[in-house]
Ligand binder design. Structure first.
Ligand SMILES: Cc1cc2nc3c(=O)[nH]c(=O)nc-3n(C[C@H](O)[C@H](O)[C@H](O)COP(=O)(O)OP(=O)(O)OC[C@H]3O[C@@H](n4cnc5c(N)ncnc54)[C@H](O)[C@@H]3O)c2cc1C
Length: 388
């Protein structure tokens, strides 16, 4: 059994840590407060060729796998930027997967080199207000009109829509009542986010404020047939293809935040003296931090196993879900404990652990909730009856 990273992967992680270190906690705190997209950070990564590392080489990328992508995203989150940093590039790094696998040559030629260079900002539009996690209930429709489709509907929580030129958009082309399986009749497009047809409104939220999350009202958006990804009616399966690597990326981001939080808590526990002793001498402080170290290490192993299965072409539903679940729990717990270790200062903005906590909390909800991960493991891995 081989758990180690290759020499190239170790180098990649170290180079990623270096590049990310140009942006400190103060930069991220300021961006979060100002609700401002981290353009300098995004451009810095783009100019050093990081954004296309997983894009196939023929489209100007590095052709690397999910293992390398998770190492990069973990380093990005651990650098103090947490989800503000990770979400600014997340979709670019691995989100184009359905287009890479199922898109036409023309669609790929037109878009992938621009995505890889960072020139094209993209977002992902699945969630709808009345469907929630039950994606087959989406009601955004795409209706044929000659060689075009006309799209109408509403999306919610679409990250980075405000900054994006194009959207990977899931729609219904055949009503749910007319298809054999509810997952049939959904169609995926990669198309322009035409502001004259799409109203984009940012949602006020409790964290990750440098990257917008938006409500979209789509009113007769005309989408050329050439912007369809793969076949009509098969969009759900294309999205499913990308879900496992997405869960691994999310796991890596939670892990990175957990590591950053633990490092801050450890440093503070060594320095802060109360009752004539460093607070880290108290087992009430030391044990939770040691426990978090063990849990983060275990979660990291689950993640490495998951990315390995994916890169080997092995089934990765169970490993991806397990990694996402464990990393999200371990990352959240480490951030919560970092706040506790800082006492009152944990509640101030000055020490950044409060920001980490707000941001890592997200990974227990999105892109898939912990409950739905357990539903998956309960039904698919244990064979228990479905509750949904
Ligand atoms: C900051 C942020 C960014 C996001 N970015 C994007 C994006 O870019 N693109 C996009 O498409 N979406 C995005 N989302 C949406 C995200 O994927 C959803 O919020 C998430 O999938 C949960 O769906 P929901 O909010 O509709 O919850 P609901 O479906 O309303 O569920 C609510 C709660 O009920 C639980 N629940 C529901 N059914 C069951 C069941 N059968 N068993 C057990 N528990 C159940 C859920 O686990 C959850 O805790 C984002 C969300 C946030 C908060």
């Amino acid at each position: 059994m081989e758990f180690g990273l290759t020499e190239e992967q170790v180098e990649l992680r170290s180079a990623a840590q270096d590049i990310v270190s140009a942006f400190d906690d103060e930069y991220w705190a300021q961006k979060d407060l100002a609700k401002e997209f981290p353009t300098e950070f995004y451009d810095h990564l783009a100019s050093h060729g990081w954004l296309g590392i997983t894009t196939p080489e023929q489209y100007g990328g590095g052709g690397m796998g999910i293992t390398e992508a998770t190492l990069l995203l973990e380093a990005i989150a651990a650098g103090g930027g947490a989800m503000n940093a990770a979400s600014s590039v997340h979709m670019t790094i691995f989100g184009m997967h359905p287009v890479i696998v199922h898109g036409s040559d023309e669609l790929k030629q037109e878009n992938l080199p621009r995505v890889a260079s960072g020139d094209l900002h993209v977002c992902f539009g699945v969630t709808e207000p009345d469907a929630g996690l039950d994606t087959t209930r989406i009601t955004t429709t795409a209706t044929r009109r000659g060689t075009d489709y006309v799209v109408r509907g509403r999306k919610v929580w679409i990250s980075k829509a405000l900054e994006s030129e194009r959207i990977l958009l899931l729609t219904r082309t055949t009503p749910r009542s007319e298809v054999e399986k509810p997952t049939d009749g959904l169609t995926l497009f990669f198309t322009d986010l035409d502001r004259s047809r799409v109203d984009i409104r940012p949602i006020r939220k409790i964290g990750r404020n440098a990257v917008s999350s938006n409500e979209l009202v789509i009113d007769d958006l005309v989408v050329p047939e050439a912007h369809r990804v793969g076949e009509e009616g098969k969009g759900f399966s294309y999205i499913l293809d990308g879900l496992n690597p997405e869960r691994m990326l999310i796991a890596a981001e939670a892990l990175g935040i957990g590591r950053a939080a633990l490092a801050k808590a450890t440093a503070y526990a060594k320095d802060r003296v109360v009752f004539d002793r460093a607070i880290g001498m108290n087992q009430g402080i030391q044990f939770p931090l040691a426990d978090s170290l063990a849990k983060l290490d275990a979660a990291e192993l689950a993640l490495r196993h998951a990315t390995w299965t994916y890169d080997q072409g092995l089934p990765s539903g169970r490993t991806a879900n397990t990694a996402k679940y464990l990393c999200a729990e371990a990352g959240y717990e480490a951030a919560d404990r970092a706040v506790q270790t800082h006492g009152g200062m944990g509640y101030s903005e000055e020490y950044h652990v409060g920001r980490y906590l707000r941001e890592v909390r997200l990974m227990r909800i999105a892109p898939v909730s912990q409950e739905m991960v357990l539903n998956y493991l309960g039904t698919k891995a244990l064979g228990l009856p479905r509750s949904y």
